[in-house]
Design a protein around this ligand. Structure first.
Ligand code: URP
Ligand code: ZN
Ligand code: ZN
Length: 465
C-alpha cells in the first residue's frame, strides 16, 4: 500500500503512548491519523492491519543522525537511503541530521548542501540541525531567517580543532538563537584537556585506541557541561545538551534544572548499553567503539538509567555516525586520535532500550515512548504532527512485538557499516512492521520504501519537555 491510496485501520493491538497503554484501534487515511478508538471500533474497515498480540507505538524520532557526512578525513558509511532503511528496521520513522557549515560558508549554504544529499535519496522524513562552526556576527545575523525557514536548532562543538566554538561565539549564538525563537545544542567536552592528553600519549608511543577514553575523561565532559550551562544562563538562553555520556555530567544538568534553568538533555543508546571495558584488551578492535564523549564506567551508566527514568534526561538518540572498518584502520592504525569518531545505532535504539530498559524494569513503557518519540517531537517542533498517535498527525507507527527474542548482528543491519558493535547481543522486543505516513516501509524488508520518498520536516518552533 502507498500513502493516500486507501483508508485503513490498525486493529486488535495495544496502543502505547507516553501517557498510557490501552487496547485500541486506529483509523488512517491519506497518510494521516483520522481517529483513535476502543478496540473493535474499526473492525469493519475494509483494509485492516491486524496487530493482535502486538503493541502499536508512535513512529520513533532519532534527533541525532549523521548521514552522508564527511568527518575526520572520511565519509560516513550511511547516506540518507541506507541510514533511513536502518531507521525503519529499528522502528524510527523520522530523524534530524546535522548540516555542517564549512569554512567560508553561510548557514543557507550549509543547509543547501545537506538538502542535496537528501534529495532523491531520503527514505525517512528528516529535519536538519545546523552545525555552526563560524559564529561571527555576519553569520549569526542569518539565524532569524534560518529559524523562519524551518531550521530552529543549531549545534555547537566545544571541542574538535577546526569545528570548536570559543565561549564568546557560544554566547553570541545563544543570544541570537533565543531572540529568534530557536535553540542551541552543545557538544560538551573540554578541548584543551583532550588535546594535551592526546599529544602526551602519542609522544610516548601510546597510539592504540585503548587510550581514547583516557584522553577524554569524565571531568572534561563535566567542566564543559557546567560552562555551557553557565554561558546559557548569562545569555538567558534555553540550552540542549547532546549525547550526555556520564552520570556525573547528567547530575550537573539535574542541578541546573532544579535551579530553574531551561535545559533539555539527550543521551545516546551506546552510553546506556556499552561500557568502557570494550576499550581494554582488544587491540585495535577497540577502534570500533571510538566515539566522543567515550563510553564510560558501569557506575556512570547506571546513573544515566536512573536519570533517564526520572526525567533529567529526556531523549535517547543514536548519534549514528557509521564508519567502515577499512576507514578506521586506514586512518587510525598508527594513531588513535585519527580514528573517525562515532558509532552506528539508528536501528538499535529501540530494541536495546526495550531489552535493557523496559524488560529489566529500569524504564517504564510510557517513558520508553516518551524518550524515543514524544519528547523528541516536542523538543524539536514536530509535535503533534510526529511523535504521538494524534488525529490529524502523520500515520507513523510501529507494530512492536515485546516478546520477540533474537540476536543483533551485522547480517540484519541495514546500515552500510560492515560490522555491528552489538554483534551477538541477545535482545527481547523488536519491530514487526513500520508504517510511515500510512505506507508500510518495513515488514522484515524495506524495499517498498522508494528513495526520495522522505520529506523534509521544517521546524520553526520548540516546546519544552
Ligand atoms: O563520536 C561522535 N559522537 N561523533 C562525532 C559527531 C558528534 O556528534 O560529536
Ligand atoms: Zn557531538
Ligand atoms: Zn553526533
Amino acid at each position: 500500500m502507498t500513502e493516500g491510496d486507501w483508508d485503513f485501520a490498525i486493529v486488535n493491538g495495544t496502543v502505547a503512548l507516553d501517557s498510557g497503554v490501552f487496547p485500541g484501534d486506529i483509523r488512517c487515511a491519506h497518510g494521516k491519523v483520522v481517529a483513535l478508538g476502543e478496540r473493535g471500533m474499526f473492525r469493519r474497515s475494509p483494509r485492516r492491519i491486524n496487530a493482535e498480540g502486538l503493541l502499536v507505538l508512535p513512529g520513533g524520532i532519532d534527533v541525532h543522525t549523521h548521514f552522508d557526512e564527511p568527518f575526520m578525513n572520511c565519509v560516513t558509511a550511511d547516506d540518507f537511503e541506507s541510514g533511513g532503511r536502518a531507521a525503519f528496521a529499528g522502528g524510527i520513522t523520522s530523524h534530524i541530521d546535522f548540516a555542517y557549515q564549512y569554512p567560508g560558508e553561510s548557514l543557507h549554504q550549509a543547509v543547501a548542501n545537506w538538502h542535496a544529499k537528501a534529495e532523491g535519496r531520503a527514505v525517512a522524513d528528516y529535519g536538519l540541525h545546523i552545525v555552526v562552526t563560524d559564529a561571527s556576527q555576519g553569520v549569526v545575523d542569518e539565524v532569524p531567517a534560518m529559524v523562519r525557514e524551518g531550521y530552529s536548532s543549531f549545534k555547537v562543538f566545544m571541542t574538535y580543532e577546526g569545528l570548536r566554538a570559543a565561549d564568546s561565539d557560544l554566547l553570541r549564538l545563544f543570544k541570537a538563537a533565543t531572540s529568534a525563537g530557536g535553540r542551541v545544542s552543545v557538544h560538551a567536552e573540554h578541548a584543551d584537556i583532550s588535546a594535551l592528553l592526546c599529544s602526551e600519549f602519542i609522544a610516548r608511543g601510546d597510539v592504540g585506541p585503548r587510550w581514547h577514553p583516557i584522553s577524554r575523561p569524565v571531568e572534561s565532559e563535566c567542566e564543559a557541561t557546567f560552562r555551557a550551562l553557565a554561558l546559557a544562563r548569562v545569555a538567558n538562553a534555553p540550552i540542549y545538551i547532546v549525547h550526555v555520556s556520564s552520570g556525573q555530567a547528567a547530575d550537573i544538568i539535574r542541578e541546573a534544572r532544579t535551579r530553574g534553568q531551561s535545559v533539555v538533555a539527550e543521551t545516546s543508546i551506546a552510553y546506556l548499553v556499552l561500557t568502557e571495558e570494550v576499550y581494554q584488551g582488544h587491540g585495535f578492535e577497540a577502534a570500533k567503539y571510538v566515539c566522543s564523549p567515550p563510553l564510560r564506567p558501569l557506575a556512570e551508566q547506571e546513573r544515566l538509567w536512573q536519570l533517564l527514568q526520572d526525567g533529567t534526561l529526556q531523549i535517547v538518540g543514536s548519534d549514528h555516525d557509521s564508519f567502515t572498518w577499512a576507514d578506521r584502520r586506514k586512518l587510525g592504525a598508527a594513531d588513535f586520535t585519527k580514528i573517525p569518531n562515532g558509532i552506528e545505532g539508528v536501528q538499535h535504539i529501540r530494541p536495546l532500550l526495550w531489552s535493557e530498559g523496559v524488560q529489566t524494569g529500569r524504564l517504564s513503557l510510557e517513558r520508553f515512548v516518551a524518550v524515543t518519540a514524544t519528547n523528541p517531537a516536542k523538543a524539536f517542533g514536530l509535535w503533534p504532527r510526529k511523535g504521538g498517535i494524534v488525529p490529524g498527525g502523520d500515520a507513523d507507527f510501529v507494530l512492536w512485538d515485546p516478546a520477540k527474542r533474537y540476536r543483533l548482528g551485522v547480517q540484519d543491519c541495514q546500515s552500510h557499516c560492515d560490522y555491528c558493535v552489538y554483534e551477538g547481543r541477545e535482545v527481547t522486543g523488536g519491530v514487526v512492521m513500520t508504517v510511515s505516513r500510512g505506507e508500510v516501509v518495513f515488514d522484515g524488508d524495506s524495499r517498498a520504501a522508494v528513495p526520495g520518498r522522505g520529506r523534509f520536516l521544517p521546524r520553526t518552533r520548540a516546546e519544552w519537555v
